[in-house]
Design a protein around this ligand. Sequence first.
Ligand code: GLU
Length: 505
Amino acid sequence: MAKKVRVRFAPSPTGGLHLGGVRTVLYNYLFARHHGGEFVLRIEDTDQSRYVPGAEEYIYDTLEWCGLLPDESPRKGGAFGPYRQSERKELYRAFAERLVDAGRAYYAFDTPEELDAMRTRLKNDTNPTPQYDHRVRTGMRNSLTLPAEEVKTLLDAGTPHVVRIRLEPGETVTFTDMIRGEVSFDTALVDDKVLLKADGMPTYHLAVVVDDHLMEITHAFRGEEWLPSAPVHVLLWRWLFGEEAMPHWAHLPLILGPSGKLSKRDGAKYGFPVFAMNWTDPKTNELTEGFRERGFLPEAFVNLLALLGWNDGTEQELFSLEELVRRFQMEKVHKGGAQFNFEKAQWFNHEWIKRSTAQRLLPDVKTVLAAKGITAADDTQTLRIIDLVKERCTLLSDFPAQAGFFFQAPQELDTTAFIAKWTQEKKAFFEQYAGAISNVADAASFESTFKAGAEAAGIKPGELQLPLRIMLVGGKFGPPVFAIAEVIGAEETAARIRKALEVIG
Ligand code: GLU
């Protein structure tokens, strides 16, 4: 029987989640659901110097907002916990020692000063960042160069040390990536990475392999930036648990901005969000804008992320999460970078606002209205308003401008559009109309009363409709004008007309 699919998203809590991070979550989630498997959230916080308070909370909040909740996580628990690597600290050392005993890793006692001196000594134009590797280690203080007794004495005395992987040149490490096919690396180019740090914490490289094993992960999906680390992970798998037990890998393509890899800086420069939700850096107080706060629906955000690097081979672009679960295939993810385009992202949101029911939009719309000081107290009425204006809203944040006039009479009237053609006959028509509608309730009757009055006054109704719109709305926009009158009611319609006539004269 095939093993149950288990995938993981394994972020380091170092800040807000960038588009690419959420796409990694999404692809993991889709794959797990498609195969009836499990999706694990594991917090990789072994690098305490990079730990940022609030970042873990932010990850949960983002997953919740997107509707991509994990089956197991530090918060939810599960049979393979703890799910925070800092809480698993004690279990990694034994694996590092197993590697040392097998001759696949070694103790290194070099002090930070000695490491700096090595880098300064070896640095030149062809080698700008010297690495601790098979050439360099012979001249350093480690258990490969020091006599066994001295190593024992140093260890017994508790001398600070790290454990490094021992990579020998002359080997090619090959593995199959679900997106890229066969990928090979020359071991001569890979350095002897630290596996266990002086503080006893594992580095990411050791922890990721040990935890993927202990958590029975079957497929590991992550960003392309981790591809250079893959040979280290493959070798660790080979030496610790056997390569046949290794998860299937997929390295997801980069997301490209206007100039190369999409970055936070691009967002600031071009004025679009790159994070899922607003993130304030607790140290600098710098705010990075999120898609949520810009007015994106999570359905649209998920949809646009799915399409950044994947399609199902048809022209279809709009997919619900359920449809994505059905259609998603990791093998169809593209190798090349995926171009992010904010115009297109907004198109997705507009489409999702249009296809969402008013009921679905109601809480979000009430929130954006409230943020502008508009209270939408009557849900039945707000639902009608949403149905009338949603086609005109690309972002949720467009609702206050598109619908605010339903709740509050416009403060200013853009009369420039009709004032040149304004006449006292038109004024008389509006005075009459304001009086004639007192018992009118539906759009059709508002319209027939309007037409009858215009005919009696000998004015084309077409010439009167724009002034009416501006009296009710404030400007030249909005849904059909008699539908607006129906929603705000006869009394309010008449009041707005009379108030406008005072201004226009
Ligand atoms: N902790 C790594 C990160 O922050 C995870 C990489 C992986 O999934 O192996 O992205």
